[in-house]
Design a protein around this ligand. Structure first.
Ligand code: PML
Ligand code: MG
Length: 267
């Protein structure tokens, strides 16, 4: 069988007594399926106690793949989360997100956006003017999936970047920013040890802030601010969750660091 031009989605989920322990998903050319599968299985093996590991490989039908550009990246070094959140809010305001939704999104991520107060696996979708929540299921949120870079491009970014987590976040944010209804995307991790976060948009690129939360906080997540007038819940959520998308690097990938001595300025 000729694998040229054919891709597959490779997903791993590991659990212990029904509770999620580790997971991962890659979208790769067919020739990379075996290596990718064994890396994901190795990740599951190093994740601690598991009693079930599921590996799923789905072929991507020919012609289903679309391409979206990788966002340029700027890292803003901040002293603490207070400064990081102030600068992230300034970036969101500059993109046209109204004051109330900015504050509402920051509070949600700081305290756990799920209705019962915990972190949500998926993202919140919020009207950028009213702050209304528009995701169809507020317990689950919207889980962006089926997106990746060509393996060589991923390796190129990884070589320049501080962490794999950043590379994954950039890839997801580049897909999200490619939807016309998305004004901005705000996120930070629920991993207590990982404090950086970002504001991403097609207009300003991926702006990283070295601290958007305090070490030790188990809360985080993502909020996608949309223009409610153009957001189509069925079509846009289906695109975010299921449209196979390859994020393309331009030759002149920009990964810049802005020192804290330039307060509030990103260019
Ligand atoms: C970064 O390093 O650019 C921030 C990444 C945020 C990742 C959020 C997550 O892992 O859930
Ligand atoms: Mg996480």
């Amino acid at each position: 069988m000729d694998d040229a031009g054919r891709w597959a989605s490779v997903r791993m989920r590991a659990s212990w007594r029904g509770r999620h322990v580790s997971g991962g998903e890659r979208l790769v050319p067919r020739a990379h399926v075996t290596t990718t599968a064994s890396r994901l299985l190795a990740r599951a093996a190093s994740a601690g106690h598991t009693d079930r590991v599921t590996l799923t490989v789905d072929e991507i039908s020919a012609g289903a793949l679309v391409t979206a550009p990788a966002l340029d990246v700027r890292t803003v070094c901040v002293a603490d989360p207070t400064e990081g959140r102030a600068l992230a809010t300034a970036a969101l305001r500059d993109l046209g997100v109204a004051e109330y939704p900015c504050g509402a999104a920051m509070s949600l991520l700081a305290s756990g956006p799920s209705p019962n107060g915990g972190p949500m696996r998926g993202a919140v979708i919020m009207d950028h003017l009213s702050g209304s929540r528009l995701e169809p299921n507020s317990e689950r949120g919207v889980r962006v999936s089926r997106v990746d870079m060509q393996p060589e491009d991923r390796a190129r970014v990884r070589a320049l970047a501080a962490s794999e987590r950043f590379v994954d976040a950039l890839i997801l944010a580049s897909k999200v920013a490619s939807l016309g209804c998305v004004i901005a995307d705000l996120g930070w991790s629920d991993d207590p040890e990982y404090t950086p976060g970002y504001v991403a948009s097609a207009a300003r690129g991926y702006e990283r802030f070295t601290h958007l939360k305090d070490t030790g906080s188990p809360f985080g997540g993502r909020v996608y601010f949309v223009d409610a007038a153009t957001f189509d819940a069925a079509a846009d959520v289906a695109r975010l969750e299921a449209q196979p998308t390859v994020i393309a690097l331009s030759e002149g990938l920009r990964l810049e660091t802005v020192p804290v001595e330039i307060p509030g300025r990103f260019v």
